[in-house]
Design a protein around this ligand. Structure first.
Ligand code: XMP
Length: 455
């Protein structure tokens, strides 16, 4: 079953044609299953799902002629070949994105294809996944394998660290303070991971180094690469320190400890997909720092146990591993941190402004009891200045953009509709309490065509 570009690829390979649409289609559409034959039955993929149902589209090209031996099984107002099937082979193509939550029946449709049409058995469970991953980590590292866990305080790296903790006898987790964390983040994460999870955590303050390397850089991809590379530099330095310490202990008679060979990261599937650059029309969206920012000659080898999972699956895994709910439900925070939320050059002063605005926004969301309804919320510091008036003085200061989205898997997202009084309170507090800001805006863009982050 080919989805979107996959449908077009299948069609082209079977002598159909694909052309640019008159109107690019991004967002919700209504799919009408096509009645087949004299008895008017719809295809098994859509049978019983209703005369019309909502799907999510994101395409600028579409099928313009049906390949021979295929028939239409569903259409929308603008896409006459929105879903097609081969007349005799189990080959399907759908233009809409069944894999995203904005297609409410998408899971059911994919499930029907996998279970009914392909006759696969449902035998993947999260419990089994845990067992297999722990065994895999043990097998590759050995009982005494020494692994550094890269921890950020987010759910992904926390779950990865807990898996490692459960799987190995010797390990250490490191959180690097890169100078672009949220206000008091390092201290809070230290508290949560040590106290609640018993993770052996070391915090390394490398903010000077990161900020000096980021000085004057505005390009988002460059920011990500600098941060990704610097993270690896720090982890390799820490690995060397740990080994030296072990050597000294050995000289004093302690048992030999293995070399620190591995770096554990909480990389997820969407980070991988959006960072891959294919030959052809599909472009790199963003090189997520922990995928695209790796050094070519890095000595540490990677373990990425969550590389095939989506965020909602990682949360389910976290619950099974008894990670406390507030940690599992934390909004994601990108590895490159506030550096990709400061749209101009990153300086300590700009970081401070954004940290204060971000804290006010998140505190007010929590006070309003909305934190768990929102997938991710944050403030963005814009490099533009706007005119304002304070008392009887003219001001000329920067603008904060607020972003809050609803999403299951972060591949698509919609902006969150706040009660107006919450936004009013946030705006009033930011303009009153954060020096250098005189204006606050709220971002009402969905993904696609926007992305969650601004950079
Ligand atoms: P986008 O902006 O790509 O964001 O729609 C989707 C999710 O990914 C997070 N994100 C990142 N996470 N390193 C990360 O660890 C990155 O470079 C990065 N860029 C985006 C983003 O916060 C959202 O949750």
């Amino acid at each position: 079953m080919g989805i979107c570009y996959g449908l077009q690829e299948i069609a082209l390979n079977h002598k159909g044609t694909v052309s640019q649409c008159d109107h690019r289609e991004y967002g919700f559409a209504s799919l009408e299953p096509t009645k087949q034959g004299p008895d008017g039955k719809v295809d098994a993929l859509f049978d019983g799902l209703g005369d019309e149902f909502q799907v999510w589209m994101s395409h600028g090209d579409q099928l313009s002629t049906l390949p021979p031996s295929f028939h239409v099984i569903g259409k929308t107002d603008t896409a006459p070949f929105a879903a097609i099937a081969h007349d005799s082979k189990p080959l399907y193509g759908i233009q809409f994105h069944a894999e995203v939550t904005h297609s409410p029946l998408g899971k059911e449709i994919i499930g029907r294809f996998v279970l009914k049409i392909c006759a696969c058995q449902k035998n993947w469970t999260m419990e089994e996944f845990i067992g297999k991953e722990i065994k895999r980590i043990r097998d590759i590292c050995g009982e005494k394998g020494r692994v550094i866990g890269a921890v950020s305080g987010g759910v992904d790296s926390t779950v990865a660290a807990k898996l490692m903790h459960d799987g190995l006898t010797v390990n250490v987790s490191i959180m690097v303070d890169n100078g672009v964390l949220r206000l008091n983040e390092a201290a809070q994460v230290n508290e949560m991971l040590r106290k609640d999870l018993g993770v052996n955590l070391t915090i390394v303050d490398a903010s000077e180094l990161f900020l000096s390397r980021l000085a004057g850089v505005e390009d988002p991809e460059q920011k990500r690469k600098i941060i990704g590379n610097t993270f690896i530099n720090i982890f390799e330095e820490e690995a060397t320190k740990i080994e030296k310490l072990a050597e000294e202990e050995e000289k004093k008679g302690a048992a030999a400890k293995g070399r620190v060979e591995w770096l554990l990261q909480g990389t997820l599937y969407p980070d991988v997909i959006e960072s891959i650059s294919f030959k052809g029309p599909s472009a790199t969206i963003k090189t997520h720092h922990n995928v695209g920012g790796l050094l070519k000659d890095m000595k540490l080898k990677l373990i990425e146990p969550l590389r095939e999972l989506f965020k909602d699956e990682v949360r389910a895994l976290g619950r099974l591993l008894s990670i406390p709910a507030p940690l599992v439900q934390r909004h994601p925070f990108p590895g490159p941190g506030l550096a990709i939320r400061i749209l101009g050059p990153v300086t300590r002063e700009q970081v401070k402004i954004l940290q204060l605005a971000d804290k006010i926004f998140i505190d007010e969301i929590r006070n309003a009891g909305l934190y768990d309804q929102i997938a991710q919320a944050f403030a963005v510091l814009l490099p533009v200045r706007a005119v304002g008036v304070m008392g009887d003085k003219r001001t000329y200061e920067q603008v904060i953009a607020l972003r809050a989205v609803e999403s299951q898997d972060f591949m698509t997202a919609d902006w969150y509709v706040f009660p107006p009084e919450v936004l009013r309170r946030v705006s009033s507090r930011i303009t009153n309490e954060v020096a250098g800001i005189n204006r606050v805006t709220y971002d009402i863009s969905s993904k696609p065509p926007a992305t969650v982050e601004w950079l």
